[in-house]
Structures are given as C-alpha cells and as structure tokens.
Design a protein around this ligand. Structure first.
Ligand code: HAM
Length: 497
C-alpha cells in the first residue's frame, strides 16, 4: 500500500489532477464520511489500475475521517487493570512495607527499563518456556530490532549487572525492584496480562545462607502482613544432576505417554520436567509415581540443599518439601521455592499453586550464560495484585509503622550461623531490627548502622557465641555492654522506650 510521504502535500485528487486523468470533475462541494467513500469507489472504477495505488491514499484519508466520526467506546484491554485511587491505600502500604523490609535486610533498589531485547529472555528465561514461546508482548522497533515488554525482572537485573561491570564491586550485591511486567496469558482470577512484581536478587554468593535468608524474608513479610502462606521448596540440582534425571524421567514418561495430556506429550521431548507441574489430573496421577529429582542430586547439590534446610530450621521457617516443584523458567539450579496462599479446608492444593503469591530460586549459571563472569545468584519475585487480593480476602488491617531502631552485626562463621535465628526472634518480638548478613567486616556493618540512624547496634562475635552473650552498643554515646542472650529482648525493650 502506498504511503503518504508528506502529509502536508495535497494528494492528486484536485480538480486539475482529475481532468488530467479524464475523469469528469464533480462540482466542488464538501463531501463527508460514507459519501466520500462512495465517491472514491466511483472514481476508482473509472480510472486505470495503475492509478489505483494513488487513490488508496484518498481512501486512507476517508477511512480516518470515518473512524473519527463513528461512535467509538474506549475499553480496557483484556487482562489489564486500572489501579484506582481507592486501591492505593493497600498498595502503598504493601510497597512501603516491602521497601522498608528490603532495606532492613541490606537490599538496594535497581530500576531497569520496561522494554528489553527479545534475545535477553530467549537466552535466560528459556526459548522452550511458555513465557518466551507464547506469552511475550513483542514487536520490531523503528530500527528493526526485536524488542519485548519485560515478562519478568531477573534477566534484566542480570543484564544490568554485566553491562555495568558490577562484578568489580564487593560481592554479593543485593537488589530489590518493583514495577509492571507483561505476559500474554489467558486472563482469569489473579492472572493478568500486565501485573506488578516486587523482587529481590542477590548476585555473587553461592552460600545456602542466602537462599535461606530470602525464604526467611518471605516468611517475615507474610507474617508481618498477617497472611497465612505455605512455603513449598525443592532442589533442582545443577545441570549435571538434571541431565541424568531428565533421561530417567523421560524413560518413565515415555512408557505412559498415551495417557498424558496433549501439552505434556509435546513437553515430553522438549522439556520433560515441565510435565511434573502440569495441573491436568491425569498427568498428576502419572507424575505422582515418577522418579524424584531429589534422589538424583550430586553430593555437592545434596550438601547445599541440606544446608539450606538446616538454616531454615534454625530460623524457625516452616516449609513443605515438594519434590514436584520445578518452576516454569529455565535458569534455575539447586534451590527453588514458591509461596502459596494457605489452603482452607476442602480446598485443593493445586489451586494454590496456580495463584502463587511469589516464587524464586537459585540461578547460578545465568550470568555466565549471558556472557558475564561466573557469578552465582538467587532471588524471589512476589505478585503484588495477588498479595493485595489476599489482604482483602483475609481482611487484614493496614497501618504504617516507623523504620528500624536496632542494627544486628555479626563477625565470624559461628555468629553468621546463629544470625538468622536471633534476627528472626527479635523481629517476632516486635523489635524493629535491620541487618546486612552479606557483609562480614564489622567496619562496613557499623557504617550501614550509622547511615540507617539506628539507636542501638547488636554485635555478635566468636567469643559472644561461645559465652551465649551479645554486645549492645549505644550509637549516640558509643558505650558498649555485654548482656546475656536470654535477657536481650528485655534489655532492648528497656533501652528503646
Ligand atoms: P514467576 O513465578 O514467573 O517468577 O513470577 C513470580 C510471581 O509473579 C508469581 O508467583 C505470581 O505471584 C506473580 N505472577 C506471575 N504471573 C502472573 C500473572 N499473569 N498475573 C498476576 N501475577 C502473576 C519470576 O518471575 C522470577 N523472575 C522470580 C525470581 C526472581 N526468581 C529468581 N529471582
């Protein structure tokens, strides 16, 4: 179709031009809407085919007039949601809480663009995943580049980490982010095509303590919100353990392939692990007897997972081991987890999995697969609309509270092991406490405490863990005092009055 190159240039439909083409000009009069279209059709019939393309310009103009004059009722696109002022109270409350808690755990905000190269997600989220295969909003920009509206944040954070040379900074780096993401899914309750995620990513640490920290963060968040959740956890092992397992699983599934749903029959060759979290009852029946990944973990992965679970136990995190939890993104290795709304009596657990409030896991090969240096990573994202919906369903009262008053600093391995538990116990006792477990030197931890403007800092070193004591430092006077751990809560409450 010919394009109107210069909109200011008059199309050759003037009286003069029509005479030149031996078309009898009509008397000059104002012709609008349907009449103009009819006229264009008459002219079209009378002139040669060669000139038709030029006349298409006239048609295009008349169509535009048509649209602007016809009755048009604007409508929200399917799967999209307006966030109205009355929705803001809960939303603001939730975001403030998430930002405050993230800062207390030592995370810093990162903001990445909504638009990214398509190839980023093909290489990270995975070319055979539902997200990349079916759900991305994609288009070619004016320079011919294939771009997408981000369907998740993790690959963008990884890209930013590589592009800005962040591996040169002291590791690990702890990021939090929030904003809209887009997935062209079939809309239903709690499933939108544009929704908001809030997430955390830790880059540069392989430690199981960090996996446990992120899961503990999630438990603390939902406890703070007064929402009942169910933490589902599994380990996918490393790429080596998964190769062996994938073959075993394929063997098992192939022998039952006729009974699988059509989608799973396709998944069987492309991505057999995805069969494990299919929600179709006949597939679930089959996967219930399938070999379990946990039995195929190599010694290193087994050890890593055991340590994650030990740290969670130590911090009193309640979780469910779910050998069928595989998650729908390709980059995961080792720990994976999801946060399901707690089921009420008589409700199916599989419903909760479809309305997960959050999910995440470890992705050690991701940065390298995108061209960066070998950098392990782990993280979580929460779906804000789903959490807000739960807050409304469970009629949680929302109120705003002040920032942390105490900072928790730890030095040495034995202190780090006990840190999560003590930190969590104090949070539960209502002490507004912050930490940065990723930092190991006392100097850097004291600097953070100072910047936060806390009243007191707790210092736990090797000697204190042996003595079952802890140091309380008054940040204003610089005075320090050793107290018995059992008396800590009482002592803090007295000093914070
Ligand atoms: P994901 O499980 O795809 O993980 O999404 C995380 C959360 O986003 C889900 O648990 C859910 O609450 C919410 N969500 C997903 N799809 C929709 C939807 N269509 N409508 C409403 N809410 C939705 C990720 O995106 C990973 N990037 C998480 C991660 C971070 N892994 C490591 N770091």
């Amino acid at each position: 179709m010919a394009k109107l190159k210069n909109p200011k240039k008059k199309p050759k439909s003037s009286k003069k031009a029509l005479i030149k083409r031996k078309v009898k000009p009509k008397k000059k009069r104002v012709i609008v809407g349907a009449k103009k279209i009819k006229l264009a059709k008459v002219i079209k019939a009378k002139i040669s085919k060669k000139k038709i393309s030029k006349l298409k310009v006239i048609n295009k103009k008349t169509e535009a007039i048509e649209v602007s004059r016809s009755r048009y009722t604007p409508k929200l696109l399917r799967g999209m949601k307006d966030i109205l002022p009355e929705d803001q109270i809960v939303r603001e409350y939730l975001i403030k809480k998430l930002v405050k808690l993230s800062k207390a755990y030592g995370f810093q905000e990162i903001i990445t663009p909504i638009l990214e190269e398509r190839a980023l997600f093909e290489k990270s989220t995975g070319i055979a995943t539902d997200i990349v295969e079916k759900q991305m909003y994609q288009f070619t920009d004016r320079s011919g580049k294939k771009v997408v509206l981000r369907p998740e944040f993790t690959p963008s954070v990884a890209r930013a980490y590589i592009e800005h040379g962040m591996f040169n900074l002291p590791q690990p780096l702890k990021f939090f982010y929030y904003g809209p993401v887009f997935r062209y899914e079939r809309p239903q309750a709690g499933r939108f095509r544009q929704f908001y995620q809030f997430g955390l990513e830790v880059l540069g640490s392989e430690s199981p303590l960090i996996d446990a920290e992120i899961i503990l963060f999630s438990q603390t968040l939902f406890q703070d919100l007064g929402l009942q959740i169910n933490i589902q956890i599994n380990s996918l092992g490393c790429l080596n353990c998964r190769t062996t397992y994938r073959e075993e699983l394929k063997k098992y599934l192939r022998s039952r392939s006729r009974t699988l749903c059509p989608d799973c029959q396709k998944r069987l060759s492309k991505n057999p692990l995805r069969v494990l979290d299919c929600k179709v009852p006949q597939c679930q029946e089959i996967t219930r007897q399938a070999p379990q990944l946990i039995n195929f973990l190599c010694p290193n992965c087994k050890n890593h997972f055991t340590k994650v679970l030990e740290c969670l136990d130590e911090a009193n995190v309640v979780y469910t081991l779910n050998p069928y939890l595989v998650r729908g993104l390709d980059y995961y290795t080792r720990t994976v987890f999801e946060l399901w709304p707690a089921v009420s009596e008589g409700e199916e657990d599989s419903n909760s999995s479809q309305t997960a409030l959050g999910g995440g896991g470890r992705y050690d090969p991701l940065i390298e697969s995108l061209g960066g240096r070998e950098t392990p990573g782990t993280g979580v994202s929460y779906g804000l609309e789903r959490i807000i919906n739960e807050i409304k369903i469970q009629r949680v009262r929302v109120s705003l509270s002040q920032g942390p008053q105490v900072f928790f600093a730890q030095i040495g391995e034995s202190a780090a092991r006990q840190a999560l538990r003590i930190f969590n116990d104090l949070q539960k006792q209502g002490i507004k406490i912050a930490e940065n477990l990723a930092k190991t030197s006392l100097k850097s931890q004291m600097k953070i405490a100072d910047e936060m403007g806390v009243k007191l800092t707790l210092i736990l070193g090797q000697q204190e863990t042996k003595d079952k004591t802890i140091i309380i430092r008054d940040m204003k006077t610089g005075n320090q005092e050793k107290v018995d751990v059992t008396k800590l809560v009482k002592e803090l409450k007295k000093r914070l009055k």
